[in-house]
Design a protein around this ligand. Structure first.
Ligand code: FE2
Length: 252
């Protein structure tokens, strides 16, 4: 069984699924993909997706009621767009951390330019008692150019999430090459779907895990798709993940 901690399946709150019927259909497909727990992570991005935790929780409770017959456990989090006021906004309660333990926050960055002072901003968040997670680093152009720009984050043991579709080459050759480079180097803590629809941007867990199994072996694939997502939900620290030839990251 797998756990998906990043997707846009909460209906009509961002650029993800629009109708609850699609959400329910997507959840049924997730069960077929062997996903047993799913955490919705709608965008919270000032000026673009002005979602409040209150509104998101209300939609979540509605979906939970409608999805009662589907054998999948539902959680709520958010995907937050990085800004220099991240820690301050977190302490004001403007974001929803992942799962019930509320220890981790999924943070995405501009795809074009690495935000100045990002390391510092994330460090401030950690001082508030919340661990950031870097969402899909393989999609950022500056990471594609030189993945060493992530070393500051890796040195601070900040978990990084890579996307199933990127691993499978569906987000372009650069994203795929970067995802695999990061996985090879043991810099990735877990995989997630970042699914936006049941069909156009789907979960693809089984196919991605098959790829990981072949390239890195069973233990690494399991750690990426199940063990670490489970630990994040439970508010525990993530385990190191071996990359190519069993190699761990130099920052472990
Ligand atoms: Fe996302």
């Amino acid at each position: 069984m797998y756990i998906d901690l990043h997707n846009h399946f909460l209906p009509n709150v961002d650029d993800g699924i629009k109708e609850i019927e699609q959400t329910l259909f997507g959840l049924k497909l997730a069960v077929k993909e062997k996903v047993s727990k799913i955490c919705f992570t709608p965008h919270i991005w000032a000026g673009r997706y002005n979602n409040t935790p209150e509104k998101l929780r209300e939609v979540f409770e509605w979906v939970k009621r409608e999805a009662k017959g589907i054998s999948i456990e539902l959680f709520l989090g958010s995907e937050v767009y990085y800004s220099s006021s991240l820690a301050e906004d977190f302490s004001k309660g403007l974001y929803i951390p992942i799962g019930n333990e509320k220890k981790y926050l999924l943070v995405e960055f501009s795809t074009a330019v690495l935000a100045q002072g990002a390391s510092n901003g994330l460090y401030k968040l950690m001082l508030e008692g919340c661990e950031p997670i870097i969402a899909h680093p393989e999609r950022y152009s500056y990471v594609q150019k030189d993945y060493e720009c992530l070393f500051d984050f890796a040195r601070s043991q900040i978990p990084m999430q890579v996307t199933t579709q990127a691993i499978l080459g569906m987000l372009g050759t650069r994203a795929k090459a970067t995802a695999i480079k990061l996985l090879d180097e043991g810099l990735v803590s877990f995989i997630a779907s970042d699914a936006h629809s049941p069909d156009k941007r789907p979960l693809l867990f089984r196919e991605a895990v098959r790829f990981l199994n072949r390239r890195y072996g069973y233990k690494t694939a399991k750690r990426l798709a199940l063990d670490n997502p489970k630990r994040i939900l439970e508010g525990k620290g993530v385990l190191p993940v071996a990359g190519k030839k069993g190699k761990y990251s130099q920052f472990v």
